[in-house]
Design a protein around this ligand. Structure first.
Ligand code: SF4
Length: 353
């Protein structure tokens, strides 16, 4: 897509010749052989290099944003778990049309994109369809790492894992483990037997040479055994290349389950700091996502990342005078007063590391 909103006298046939797919125009009067996007309600949302879906109604969905800090393909709304804090509650309807759309989209994305996410729902429910998408990614974006969020349960079946042999090395499978025991994990994901399936799945993936990230969303049901979880990860999943501890996104089921989930991060910040250092000292890469720097002890701040997608990210009034604002993840736009920590305060002059 090429932006003609501030340009006059451009030869549209020349644009066709260089492979432009569509143009952004200022009004509806352009006589162009190319599809023209115009009269956008939020003009800043679309820019050259982006990929958009245009509905017959005129509604525009941006599927890929050049220069965004995160781009993600949405694989399916279906899921085989019902996590207490799911930010994208699943819907059981056949959306397998997304397989074709993802394959089309992969051909339009910038070839030098370092990382592309794939999420859902549970992407593995696409089965062979997901393998097809990954084959297309290998063809069109061979240098892009695919970061796939999955509960890993279907990988308990070794034959299923073999469907993805061709993607070993290009994909990082990001799989949540919420506890060091089946009872707690299965409660969080609201699915009996899920812990055994996920752990077996992680071992099967590792056996086939796949890259693995382990994730844990931090809330009242997962933080009370954080030390035991860290010990479990180190002893049982040492092949994980990255462990991510993640603050909660107050969306979807997380909002309706607030009372069982909410815990002020101040209450677990010291333990989080200790377990992060524990894993890091043992050679595992560790990140802390979605927890503002002022809520973390000094020693934990080097693990904190600016993890919130730019379009979901806001800052509090306190942040205006904070010296760490440039390195802080801030807050989810969806976090209202009910999710506000008592510890938010501007930091005057401390370094991160
Ligand atoms: S005051 Fe704002 S910018 Fe500073 S550390 Fe806290 S949340 Fe981050």
């Amino acid at each position: 897509m090429i932006d003609l909103r501030d340009l006059d006298g451009v030869d549209h046939n020349a644009l066709v010749a260089i492979g432009a797919g569509a143009v952004l125009g200022a009004g509806d009067s352009l006589a162009s052989p190319l599809p023209t996007l115009h009269s956008l309600t939020m003009p800043a949302v679309v820019a050259p290099g982006d990929v958009v879906r245009v509905h017959p109604t005129g509604q525009v969905n941006v599927l890929y944003r050049r220069g965004a800090n995160a781009n993600t393909l949405f694989a399916t709304e279906r899921c085989n778990s019902r996590c207490l804090m799911c930010s994208q509650p699943p819907r059981e309807e056949d959306d397998s049309w997304r397989i074709g759309e993802m394959i089309d989209l992969l051909q339009l994305i910038d070839r030098d994109l370092p990382v592309l996410g794939i999420t859902g729902g549970e992407p593995c429910l696409l089965g062979e369809g997901l393998a097809k998408v990954l084959r297309a990614a290998k063809q069109f974006l061979p240098n892009t790492v695919l970061h796939i969020l999955t509960n890993g349960r279907l990988f308990a079946d070794r034959a299923f894992v073999r469907l993805f042999d061709q993607s070993a090395g290009q994909v990082v499978w990001a799989v949540p483990v919420y506890a060091d025991n089946a009872t707690d994990h299965d409660y969080v994901v609201q699915a009996d037997g899920a812990f055994d399936e996920t752990v077996n799945g992680l071992h099967n993936l590792a056996e086939r040479g796949h890259r693995i990230e382990v994730r844990c969303v931090l809330h009242r049901q997962t933080t009370y055994r954080l030390q035991e979880l860290a010990e479990y990860l180190y002893r049982n999943l040492p092949f994980a290349e990255h462990v991510a501890f993640m603050g909660l996104e107050p969306m979807g089921y997380a909002r309706s389950n607030r009372d069982v989930l909410w815990i002020d991060p101040l209450e677990y910040a010291n333990t989080l700091s200790q377990v992060s250092a524990y894993l890091w000292r043992r050679g595992m890469a560790v990140s802390i996502y979605n927890i503002p720097l002022c809520l973390l002890p000094d020693q934990a701040r080097p693990f904190a990342r600016q993890s919130i997608s730019d379009w979901k990210n806001v800052f509090a009034p306190e942040c205006q005078s904070c010296t760490l604002r440039g390195a802080c993840c801030g807050f989810f736009r969806s976090a209202g007063d009910g999710w506000r920590s008592k510890g938010i305060q501007a930091i005057e002059s401390k370094a991160i590391a």
